[in-house]
Each structure stands twice: as C-alpha cells, then as structure tokens.
Design a protein around this ligand. Structure first.
Ligand code: M6R
Length: 615
C-alpha cells in the first residue's frame, strides 16, 4: 500500500525517484508524484492520478527544474479517490514543505477539525494533508527547525504511518518516521536513500539499515541519524541485501508474474539450501531455540490471502511430523476475538512482504498474550520478523507481481522444513530420510511441470477465455491448493472462482453445477491413500453426472481418473505433503494465461496492491 522513496545526494534526484517508484509501483498504482528541491533552493512538485507512466509523460512534456533532494510516492488510495488532488506529495507552509505518507492516520478527523478552526484550507480529502498542515504549523512554532517540528507532529498522530518530509529552507535534508508501516534506509557514498523497501534504491546500493517501530530518521548526503519518538538516539540495525537490481527486473519475460512462476524451482531450491544436514532438516536460524518447540501444546499459524493457504498446507505437515495440534487463523480475525493462547502456544506468522498490517498486528497481539512467535518471511529487514522471537526466511527473491506465486511455493517449502525440524526437536520423527529426499527432489519436479504442462494449460485457458465462473475442488492438502487456484484466477482475471473442500460439495456447492461448468479437481495420489483417492474420484463422478466440465490434476499414471475427465493435467509422483507444490503450478499458469487472453494486466490487477499495510 503506497510506495515511498527519498533521496539526498549529488545526483539529479528525479531520475532516482522515478526509478525507485517504478520498482515500488507494485505497492499501489492509483497515482504517483514527486517533489524536488531544485538547485536554486525552490521546491517543485508534480503529481498525477493513474499509473507512474502518466507522471513520467507529464514530466517529459514539462520537466520540473531538478535538484539533489527529493521525495516520491506511488499511491493505493485510502482516504479520497484516486485523483490528482489526492495524489501525494501534499504541500504546506506556502508550498515550501512537502510530505508523503503510507498508512492511515486514525485521528485525522479530530486533527483536521483543529486545523480548520485555525483557518487552514485543505486541497484534498486525504489524511496526509492533515499531517502536512500540522507540520507546517509546527515548523513555524519551532523556529524553522524541521527535525524538531517533525518529531512534535509524529507524536500527535495515531494509527499506522510512514511519513517523509522536506522543506525548501533545508536542501539536502529529508526526514522520515515510521509506526507500523515500513521504511528502510539505503546507504550510499555521499548520498543516502529512504524507501518503503530496498527495491526503492537497489540500483544504487545493497547496504541498508532497518528502522525500528516509532523511530525518526534524518538523511543528508553524508549522515544518517535515527532517534525514537522521544528524541533518544538509536543505533539502526544494518543488513545487506542478498539480491541485486537484475533480480527485480522483468528480464525479457512478458510479465513479472510469468518470470516469477518460472522462478519457482530456484525459489524452492534456495529456501531448502543450507537447511539439510546429514539427512535431517536442521534450520540454522533456529539453532539454540529448541525451547520454542518443546513444551508447547498448540501451534497457530496466522497469515492472510495466499500466505494463509500455504499455512493450511503447513497445518497438515506440522501435525503429521511434529505431532502437535495446529490451527490456521486469518490474521485479521485472530486478534479481534479472544483466542485462547499463552506460553504454551507457538504462533507462526507467514508473510511474503513482512509488512502486512493484519499479520503484524496478530503477531504483536500474540506476543502481548505471552505466546512464542516465529515468522516465515521473504523480505529482509521487514517489520514482522523483527517483532517475532525467531524467523525462517524464504529465499524466493523479490516478488513484484501482485499475485503471489513463487513466494507461495517458498512459504510451503519453509513450512515443510519447519515441520521436519520441529519433528526432530520434539523427538516425533524417527527417520526423516524419505521426506528429506522428497524435499530435495522438489525443484526438479516443479521444473518438469513447468516444462510439460505450460503449453497445454495455456491452450486450455485460451479456450476458456469467455468462462464466467470456475470451481476448484481438493481434499487433504489439495484443499488449500483449490483455494489458491481460485484466488489466483479471481485476482488477475476478474472471473468468479471458488475453491471448495471436495467433501463439502454435497453440503451445498454442488447446486452451482450446471452443464458446462468448468471444475478443476485436484486428485491425490492413490499411493498415499486409496481411500481419499477413491472419495475424490466419486466426487468427480457426482459433478460429471450433472454436466460439469472436469479438468483433473493427477499424478502421472493415475488411470482411474481418465474415464471421468474432460482434460487431464499430469504432475510427477511425489510424497503426499509435497504434491501441493506441483499441483499449484498449472493453476498459476491457467490464471495467468486466461488473464492474458482477456487482455488484462497480470502484474497490476485492478483495486489491489502487493503489500497491504493498512487494516
Ligand atoms: O505479504 P503477505 O504474504 O503478508 O501478503 C498476504 C496477502 O496479501 C497476499 O498473499 C495476497 O493474497 C496476494 N495478492 C495473493 O496473490
């Protein structure tokens, strides 16, 4: 939700801001804007509704005078529609001060009333302009000390925010603050950067500093200072970014999504790497932390969206291998009831971005209630891992497309590793060698699905471009994959799609079946359970009898499904817990191909943003 970039240094800032915004555009694409303090010390600003390209065109037609201090913003609208006026930056102090913001200022109405009573005239419907006006007033009250004024303002704000500000009286200075919303520092030589995430400045530096909760940062070309909201200096935590700019480029692919789907073998291999030792799963980050897993009687996995479907696969694996009860909770439901948790509960959060507000709040809530916390995250320096007792990073590399694909596979992989690690630590798994071998074989099998089924599934999607509704059925670990297949299709092709547990069909959803209704059915291997397999085959017959068009995903050699399927998509043989990583691939390709056939933008679907940093 909203991408933020700030720059101070010797180079003209506009190109740096626009390049940063291009890399952050996945966070929101309702509008974009930049503000720059030019060489003469004047502040210039341009902002436009629509994607970044609209702003670029406007700047190309009528360039802003450039300078070496600037801030830029790409917006996912919350307060006020996606208009030029509501776009950021927002100005105050006779347009000498510019502010950008990510998040929601919850007390903005009261602050707005106060400012209106003071004679302030607002030009937008946003909460951000309230912060800008407040800062303008505080700047005057504090004798033109921007840092002091900024600190007084952030202390008055409630809710979630990352704010950046600059004033034309102070070229070479950008100030920022964060509460429950992301902001990282990029360290250059004689130049410094701020960004919602490292993608904002990855082209220029891979050296970064994490900023903690409720902290304020000031950057000049030669210095970075961080303090808490009370003004006490803080030492920010350094980290190196393990990927480079090329990893966040499309690199010849038609879309980021296409690239990321294809990168799944590598994402899974990188997540496994270094975590298998002597035929056992040993996660180095968890060494010395066995007490997280011993003496617990319950695991709760909390996440949102695609990550919550990975969590459901994790439930099956952790219960089987670690012999402990596992519940999966949507993060936004978890903290708004009164869950029974305590010191004997391990709360595992999953988040690609590490910044999803709902998930972050669930983690904080769990900690307050005395639970142990562990996060599975794909983004170094993100807030959720820093709020957790332990973290297992997925190494999927940067995921840019809004629809999550390779991060999902890496999350399931991390959960499988966690299940086997916990099983060993808890003494519940005597011999994990077969499962460890299955894990190690996954990248190659995923690559095989990509190679063998890409064309077939793409063709299928082309034939179905006019379809108005698609259903997905699965049992056991196939159930979360049915949910994920439906979500992928909904979010990028805007087609109605539903995922169901196959056994639930007769309890209602079968009423949706009419002649020609396409239904994807995930068929588990009969080698794992002849009983579960036969139940799914019966479910297929039930929908076929009512005219459904059945597309089956089944392992190679499963002859039992052939007489009842209109189409069969084959996946290689794999252990029960490992099948989801193979079965999801055709569903991702299907969603992508169908959206492409409809002429839609698969990377930036309507109404969505990659990182949901508001509740
Ligand atoms: O960054 P997170 O993993 O916490 O994000 C969670 C969901 O917002 C995310 O998975 C979302 O559902 C994706 N758009 C799915 O493709």
């Amino acid at each position: 939700m909203c991408g933020i970039v700030g720059y101070v240094g010797p180079r003209p800032s506009q190109d740096i801001l626009l390049a940063g915004l291009a890399r952050l555009e996945y966070r929101g694409y309702d509008s974009a804007g930049v503000a720059v303090i030019d060489g003469g010390g004047s502040l210039g600003m341009r902002k436009k509704a629509g994607k970044l390209a609209v702003l670029r065109d406007s700047l190309a037609d009528a360039p802003l005078p450039d300078g070496s201090t600037g801030i830029g913003h790409t917006r996912w609208a919350t307060h006020g529609g996606p208009t030029d006026g509501n776009a950021h930056p927002h100005l105050a102090d006779d347009d000498k001060l510019a502010v950008i913001h990510n998040g929601i200022i919850e007390n903005f109405s009261a602050l707005r009333e106060e400012l209106l009573a003071d004679g302030v005239v607002f030009r937008s419907e946003t909460d951000t302009e309230v912060a800008a006006a407040l800062l303008g007033r505080a700047y005057a009250d504090n004798g033109g000390d921007l840092q002091l004024a900024f600190r007084s303002v952030v202390n008055r704000l409630e809710g979630a925010f990352t704010l950046l500000a600059m004033h034309e009286d102070h070229p070479g200075l950008v100030v920022g603050a964060r509460r429950n919303s992301p902001l990282v520092i990029g360290l250059g030589e004689g130049e410094n950067f701020l960004g919602s995430d490292v993608a904002a400045f990855i082209e220029y530096t891979r050296k970064a500093l994490a900023i903690g909760q409720d902290q304020i940062v000031s950057i000049t070309p030669d210095a970075v200072t961080v303090m808490d909201f009370a003004g006490t200096p803080v030492e920010p935590e350094p980290f190196d970014v393990s990927w480079d700019a090329a990893a966040a480029e499309k690199g010849g692919w038609s879309s980021f999504m296409a690239k990321e789907v294809a990168e799944q073998p590598e994402a899974v291999a990188n997540t496994i790497r270094g975590r298998i030792k002597d035929g056992q799963v040993v996660i180095p980050e968890l060494e010395g932390l066995d007490e997280l897993f011993i003496g617990i009687n319950r695991v709760i996995i909390t996440a949102c969206g695609t990550a919550s479907y990975a969590a459901l696969v994790g439930k099956y694996a952790i219960e089987q291998w670690a012999r402990v009860a596992v519940d999966v909770e949507l993060a936004h439901e978890f903290r708004y009831r009164d869950p029974v948790i305590g010191a004997d509960t391990l709360v595992v959060s999953i988040s690609q971005s590490g910044e999803t507000m709902d998930t972050l709040m669930a983690v904080k809530y769990a900690r307050e209630r005395g639970a142990r916390t562990l996060s599975i995250c794909n983004t170094q320096g993100a807030t959720i891992p820093r709020e957790s007792d332990a973290v297992v990073y997925t190494h999927a590399g940067p995921e840019v497309a809004v629809a999550s694909t390779k991060a999902f596979s890496a999350q399931i992989t991390a959960l499988l590793l966690l299940g086997l690690h916990m099983g060993r630590v808890r003494g519940a798994v005597a011999d994990a060698s077969v499962d460890v071998a299955e894990l190690a074989a996954l990248p190659e099998k995923i690559a095989k699905v990509l190679e063998s089924e890409h064309e077939h599934v793409t063709q299928l999607a082309g034939w179905m471009a006019d379809t108005r509704s698609v259903l997905f059925l699965g049992r056991h670990v196939g159930y979360p994959i049915a949910l994920e297949g439906a979500l992928k299709l909904k979010e990028i092709s805007y087609i109605h799609a539903e995922g169901f547990a196959a056994g639930e069909l007769k309890h209602g959803p079968i009423a949706l079946i009419e002649p020609g209704q396409p239904v994807f059915v995930l068929v588990p291997s009969p080698r794992h359970s002849a009983l579960v397999h036969s139940k799914v085959v019966s479910n297929i017959q039930e929908i076929r009898a009512r005219g459904a068009r059945v597309i089956v995903i089944a392992e190679e050699g499963d002859a039992a499904v052939l007489p009842f399927a209109d189409e069969v998509i084959h996946i290689p043989l794999a252990g029960a817990m490992f099948e989801p990583l193979l079965a999801v691939v055709p569903l991702q390709i299907f969603a992508m191909a169908l959206a492409t056939a409809k002429g839609l933008d698969v990377d930036q679907p309507r109404n969505l943003a990659k990182s949901v940093t508001v509740e």
